[in-house]
Design a protein around this ligand. Structure first.
Ligand code: CU
Ligand code: ZN
Length: 172
């Protein structure tokens, strides 16, 4: 009777521990967005490596409806009121700005964020050319949302206008 009771408790504890210790996915990083350039944008962005590609998921509010340029920028510094402190697009391969599906693009060039009529965006996209750490690593850099759409061709940043939100990317 007693050993059996201990066994049941042990199994229960193991099940609970297992549930807590099992991550939903592998290692990831995230950024909390700060409103910049007088905007009221808020939200968060999550980065996780999925079979050799980077999955980027974002929940954002306070946007104007429509498309917004969305990039990883070189510097993990959002302190400037216009987010200029984040510097240019993260460009580990020394390429020109381009379409997210092309090989001729900055590593930090991502798919435009699209806001609904209510100003919210729910984003889930996978791109190549980024990792969490190492030479193409996003940790310690920043993610920036722009006022206008990225045209995926104008140099050096797709003519996407002001930087309306910025978040430093940290390992979680
Ligand atoms: Cu940008
Ligand atoms: Zn770019």
């Amino acid at each position: 009777m007693k050993p059996r009771f201990v066994f049941v408790l042990g199994a229960l504890a193991a099940a609970l521990l297992g549930a807590c210790a099992t991550p939903v996915s592998g290692p990831s990083a995230s950024a909390e967005l700060l409103a910049r350039s007088g905007s009221t944008v808020s939200g968060s962005v999550r980065f996780s490596e999925v079979s050799g590609r980077m999955r980027i998921e974002a929940q954002v509010g306070g946007l104007t409806p429509g498309e917004h340029g969305f990039h990883v920028h070189e510097a993990g510094d959002c302190s400037a009121a216009d987010a200029s402190s984040a510097k240019g697009h993260f460009n580990p391969a020394g390429k020109a700005h381009g379409h997210y599906g092309s090989t001729e693009r900055h590593g930090g060039d991502m798919v435009n964020l699209v806001a609904n009529a209510d100003g919210t965006a729910n984003y889930s996209v996978e791109v190549s050319g980024l990792s969490l750490t190492g030479p193409t690593g996003v940790v310690g850099r920043s993610v920036v949302i722009h006022a206008d759409p990225d045209d995926y061709k104008s140099q050096p940043a797709g003519n996407s206008g002001k930087r309306i939100a910025c978040g430093v990317i940290a390992a979680r």
